[in-house]
Design a protein around this ligand. Structure first.
Ligand SMILES: Nc1ncnc2c1ncn2[C@@H]1O[C@H](COP(=O)(O)OP(=O)(O)OP(=O)(O)O)[C@@H](O)[C@H]1O
Ligand SMILES: [Mg+2]
Length: 354
């Protein structure tokens, strides 16, 4: 008998609450055969009401398949570990009042994550939701500029009795904004070493007086590096939105973005993909669509990954200009604002269905 046989037997056991087998759920680790004992770690990402029922089923199935062997699963609950690794003196009550935390990610840089995040925040606020946005790009924060808040200096509420001081977010356009950019002189590059960047980032999210929010959006920096992994691992995310352009080089990186969330150690839901810069329509020829970066690339990707395509956002000069001027396009009426409104609706529906 080989460990593969044991894994294959275990992969027939379905977790009753998750409707998936325990091997694909990443719950089986370190399978080994020790004399007449079958040992493995049974990993629960959080305390699980089904644990004892599952263990009974596993013992039953394995004893039947491998008579003569003793079955010894070791139960491991990983939740407390994940919580500890945040490593800050947190006021977790701040996040406890947030209903949905949604990360805006991409594989490749410059595809429009921050533009989508800022406009999605404004569009959700226009629908009547309470919304906050944390700019997680601690190296190149763009939210202050895109919202015309770069001269704001957030207040800090000093805690009594040795509690955690809280930063008060900047409010504009009906949204609460937070960014490391508010604490750095304009135009100055922010240079952090890894662990410092990570802590600064977590502070921008966790040490903020968000109050009650329906949605907290997190605008991630480009890529899928250590900071991202640490952040998406530790945060109680509702899900992620992955942004791409329809261009082949960007699409190739979508897979990395999707993998980051579907990786078994992270395992957070993806709400769907957003195709940005889908087509260009010149103001003087409103019926014409030019597919500069290719047509429907994200649609094909979404199908490949079994994910919804939440929206297609055209390339519009006004989106770029309003980003530079600090007045998000989603504020004004028109086709661009409609595209962000339909994205907001899709995000609200998807996060409610998870
Ligand atoms: N649909 C669009 N139409 C026109 N310009 C756009 C559109 N989306 C984004 N842009 C412009 O493209 C540039 C890059 O966008 P943005 O900063 O949002 O990308 P990003 O993915 O957040 O970048 P980074 O990876 O550096 O964080 C900006 O100048 C923005 O104004
Ligand atoms: Mg950005």
């Amino acid at each position: 008998m080989r460990t593969e046989d044991i894994i294959s037997a275990l992969s027939e056991i379905i977790h009753p609450a998750k409707d998936k087998d325990i091997v694909s759920l990443g719950m089986v680790e370190d399978v080994r055969i020790d004399g007449d004992m079958i040992r493995f770690n049974l990993v629960f990402p959080s305390p699980d009401a089904m644990a004892s029922e599952l263990k009974k089923e596993i013992s039953g199935v394995l004893s039947e398949k491998f008579p003569g062997y003793k079955i010894r699963p070791v139960e491991i609950v990983k939740k407390s570990e994940a919580k500890k690794s945040i490593g800050l003196n947190l006021d977790e009550a701040q996040l406890a009042q947030v209903d949905n935390i949604i990360a805006i990610a991409s594989g490749k840089g410059g595809v429009g994550k921050s533009t989508v995040a800022v406009n999605l925040a404004v569009a959700l606020a226009k629908m009547g939701y309470k919304v906050g946005l944390a700019d997680a790009d601690v190296y190149g924060p763009s939210v202050p500029k895109m919202t015309g808040t770069e001269n704001e200096v957030p207040d800090v509420e000093v805690a009594e009795d040795g509690g955690t001081d809280l930063i008060v977010p900047v409010e504009k356009f009906g949204v609460k904004w937070m960014s490391i950019g508010y604490f750095a002189p304009a135009g100055q590059a922010l240079i952090w070493r890894g662990p410092m960047a990570c802590n600064a980032l977590k502070q921008m999210i966790l040490q903020v007086k968000w109050g009650k929010l329906d949605y907290l959006l997190i605008d991630l920096p480009p890529g899928t590096g250590d900071i991202h992994i640490s952040l998406v691992h530790d945060m109680p995310l509702t899900g992620a939105v992955v942004v791409s352009t329809p261009q082949a080089v960007a699409l190739a990186d979508v897979e990395k973005g999707v993998d980051m969330f579907r990786n078994k150690d992270i395992n957070k839901p993806i709400l769907g993909l957003v195709e940005n810069m889908s087509w260009f329509t010149p103001a003087e020829l409103p019926e014409n669509r030019y597919y500069i970066f290719g047509k429907d690339g994200c649609k094909a990707m979404a199908e490949k990954f079994g994910l919804p395509l939440l929206a297609q956002i055209p390339i519009v000069q006004g989106i770029r200009e309003s980003g530079d001027e600090g007045v998000p396009s989603a504020l004004e009426d028109g086709p661009v604002s409609d595209a962000f409104a339909s994205l907001a609706k899709a995000v609200a529906e998807r996060s409610a269905s998870l």
